[in-house]
Design a protein around this ligand. Structure first.
Ligand code: GSH
Length: 218
């Protein structure tokens, strides 16, 4: 296991940020969470842009040793952070074989379909000043399609890929915002059971409340 020193995460009350705070809580890491209020466009502060040229959160940084001059690592993209920390700590991702491949496949469903499409649906159903019917219908239908796949998968398996893993951590904070895509979890019983079970995990409860006091509004 590799230890991180001065582990810091730049986050807000957003699903991609919650992936990282849940991950760190599950791994039992000690870290400092710094709030970046994306509604105030703080993600474009030069200090954030210097770490992530995309100007998005989450971003994390740490030193590879206790010495002040130990090499500092900076990492952005929630999927990269999930993979890097699962590998560094040898947890939440099987080391090899079919179980690892399956975990990566469901991780990719969360990273490339569930998250982005729910984000788009949130934009068109809620945030956008105009809400064209076609844009709303397209994005809501895309989320419903992913929900059907997840629901079918979870009716046959307790977690997305066998044991609880970074695939579940990547998916959970987005499913927790089902309302953003006009989804009702009551229509997806296996997904709802999984959601309710994962939500009960102490690390998930703690991670969903980070950064302390952050509210995504407006
Ligand atoms: N693919 C990126 C997406 C990051 C992302 O879109 N983060 C949102 C918050 S969940 C953000 O920073 N939004 C502000 C913006 O895009 O300017 C990841 O998974 O980390």
């Amino acid at each position: 296991m590799q230890a991180e020193h001065d582990l810091t995460a730049w986050l807000w009350a957003t699903p991609n940020s919650n992936r990282v705070s849940i991950l760190f809580e599950e791994l039992g890491l000690s870290y400092q969470a710094i709030g970046v209020n994306i509604r105030k466009r703080e993600q474009f502060d030069p200090a954030i842009l210097a770490m992530n040229p995309y100007g998005k959160i989450p971003v994390v940084a740490w030193r590879e040793g206790a010495a002040p001059d130990a090499p500092r690592h900076v990492l952005f993209e929630s999927g990269a952070i999930l993979l890097a920390f699962a590998e560094r700590h040898g947890r939440l991702l099987p080391a090899a074989g079919a179980a690892r491949d399956e975990t990566l496949a469901w991780l990719m469903v969360a990273l490339t379909s569930l998250g982005p499409m729910t984000g788009q649906a949130h934009h068109w159903t809620d945030l956008a000043p105009q809400k064209p019917d076609a844009a709303v219908a397209f994005t809501v239908a895309a989320v419903a399609r992913v929900y059907r796949v997840l629901d079918e998968r979870l009716s046959a398996s307790g977690h997305l890929a066998g044991a609880y893993s970074i695939a579940d951590i990547a998916a959970f904070p987005w499913v927790a915002r089902a309302g953003w895509a006009r989804m009702d979890l009551a229509d997806y019983p296996a997904l709802k059971r999984w959601h309710d079970r994962v939500a009960e995990r102490p690390a998930v409860r703690r991670g969903m409340a980070v950064p302390d006091g952050a509210i995504l509004s407006g």
